[in-house]
Design a protein around this ligand. Structure first.
Ligand code: GDG
Length: 483
């Protein structure tokens, strides 16, 4: 029987080794949830890195780890510390990530990184080849594995291969600066179907293929030898029901059951009922525009001083890639900015910014979403941005205002949000004022549209549409319908 193989850098389960032995905890991230409908029963296998390097894995536990992963339909790719250094922290996050987010000056073109990226992609491809048969369907995820489709195609010419990129694909002018640009494109073109979050990323990719490889491109078909490769956009949704249900449960829970976090938020509301809470949640990443947001907040308070003591900004910055120097610098910059702004503007009754540098449990995330009057998300570039969608999904009474950067992929589907250019402080300050004063009826009207769309195009629909398109391509029976 043919099966589906999903492949991503990390597996949807986390391994923990403690005195009590080994535990495999399923992760609750968007991708893991979205793939549930695809990754079910014995008909699918998810291949990825377990999160433990070879050096961290006691030999005696190897079989136990394999068995624990097998129970979740997973198999591991073994990587050394050196692999992770060059492939993940190196080429993926010091070359591709900055370049694809238009931070050209941060992108490092290191031959060692590239060689390790190739070698590790080969390890992933070998794992697929070892565990798959010709009739299987393979879905490769994200920028860490862009060479895998071609590596698999070489050994399995007739296998159906899909690839989805979760980050932006940059314009040709940016992409062409990469020394290994042709190899990356050729790697991706091993796929039968290549998916992006937005039509713009798709267009950028097609343009690079045409100009760098000189291939025939017609509409969203690429002609390569005897193959036709489809390219299309599939904007990723969220597990809408999970967020909505969590928000409903949160509202229904008794006072005694509130989290400490919620008690603090409620105390704050009770002591300053007129104060608006403005929320931002991001991984601590330069692409998310956190420093600019802090500067824009200060600008807003200086332009509209009547809002001093009437607003509070909550910044949840989740630690990320702290081995990469650029992220260490950013952490320092944000720490200093928050300290300076709070130092300069605080009063005895008011601290303008509450700053949390940590990852919070899901329940606290819901506390924050449901307690905040405004979500303010200002990425300078973002493939999609799921936080914007999650905030809207938790607004059970349909109030709340979303201010969203037009540089986020999600902005294309969220026109009813207040869309801003994160570099325009004047516009950001005025938009904050509009958000604070927006009438309740207007909030409800805007969120009604947003919620309907998010509920309909949820993450399961996203996964099924991609798989459907890949299967149609395989069968060649139905006409391919572009969105
Ligand atoms: C990449 C692309 C694209 C955040 N803090 C906590 C927490 N989160 C969860 C959120 C959300 C997820 O993390 C973040 O997703 P984003 O989409 O906003 O951003 P990236 O991590 O950069 O994801 C992005 C995405 O891939 C999917 O294709 O949208 O553009 O960069 O789900 O809820 N979860 C918990 N505690 C936290 O403190 N539990």
């Amino acid at each position: 029987m043919s099966k589906t193989i999903i492949i991503s850098n990390r597996l949807p389960v986390q391994l923990q080794i403690s005195d009590g032995g080994l535990t495999a905890i399923p992760s609750v991230g968007g991708l893991a949830t979205g793939m549930k409908s695809v990754h079910s029963g014995g008909e699918s296998l998810w291949i990825g890195w377990s999160g433990l390097t070879d050096e961290e894995t006691p030999e005696a536990l190897e079989t136990e780890i394999d068995n624990a992963l097998k129970k979740h339909g997973c198999a591991k790719v073994k990587l050394t510390e050196k692999d992770i250094e060059g492939f993940y922290f190196g080429f993926s996050n010091r070359t591709v990530w900055p370049l694809f987010h238009y931070f050209l000056e941060y992108s490092e073109f290191e031959l060692d990184f590239w060689n390790t990226y190739k070698a590790v992609n080969q390890k992933f491809a070998d794992a697929i080849i070892a565990q798959s048969d010709e009739g299987d369907t393979i879905w490769v995820h994200d920028y860490q594995l862009m060479l895998v489709p071609q590596m698999v195609r070489e050994k399995r010419p007739n296998t159906s291969i899909g690839f989805f990129l979760h980050i932006p694909f940059p314009s040709y002018e940016i992409f062409r600066t990469l020394p290994w640009r042709e190899e990356i494109l050729e790697g991706l073109l091993g796929s039968d179907l290549i998916g992006f979050h937005t039509y713009d990323y798709e267009r950028h990719f097609l343009s690079s293929v045409r100009r760098l490889l000189g291939l025939d491109v017609s509409f969203n078909d690429i002609y390569l030898d005897h193959r036709v490769i489809k390219v299309d956009s599939f904007p990723m949704g969220i597990d809408y029901k999970k967020f909505k249900d969590a928000a409903i449960a949160h509202q229904q829970s008794t006072k005694e059951k509130r989290s400490d976090f919620q008690i603090k938020l409620d105390d704050h509301k009770a002591s300053a009922p007129d104060t608006k809470l403005i929320l931002s949640i991001d991984r601590l990443d330069y692409s998310k525009g956190i420093a600019k947001r802090l500067n824009a907040f200060e600008y807003f308070l200086n332009k509209y001083p009547e809002y001093k003591e009437k607003v509070r900004l909550i910044i949840l910055a989740v630690p990320s890639r702290s081995n990469v120097p650029q992220y260490q610098l950013l952490k320092k910059e944000i720490d200093e900015l928050v300290g300076r702004i709070n130092g300069e503007l605080s009063t005895v009754n008011w601290t303008p910014i509450w700053y949390f540098y940590r990852s919070l449990p899901f329940e606290n995330l819901i506390d924050l979403y449901t307690s905040s009057d405004i979500a303010w998300l200002t990425p300078l570039r973002d493939g999609m941005n799921l936080v914007a969608k999650e905030y809207i999904a938790t607004r059970t009474d349909k109030t709340g205002v979303l201010i969203l950067s037009e540089m986020a992929g999600s902005a294309y589907e969220m026109n009813e949000a207040l869309l801003i250019n994160p570099n325009n402080f004047e516009q950001q300050a005025d938009t904050l004022k509009n958000a604070i004063t927006m009438p309740r009826e207007e909030q409800i009207a805007r969120n009604m549209f947003l919620q309907n769309r998010l509920e309909r195009y949820n993450v399961e629909v996203w996964a099924n549409e991609f798989m459907g398109a890949l299967n149609r391509k395989k069968e060649g029976s139905e006409p391919f319908v572009s969105q």
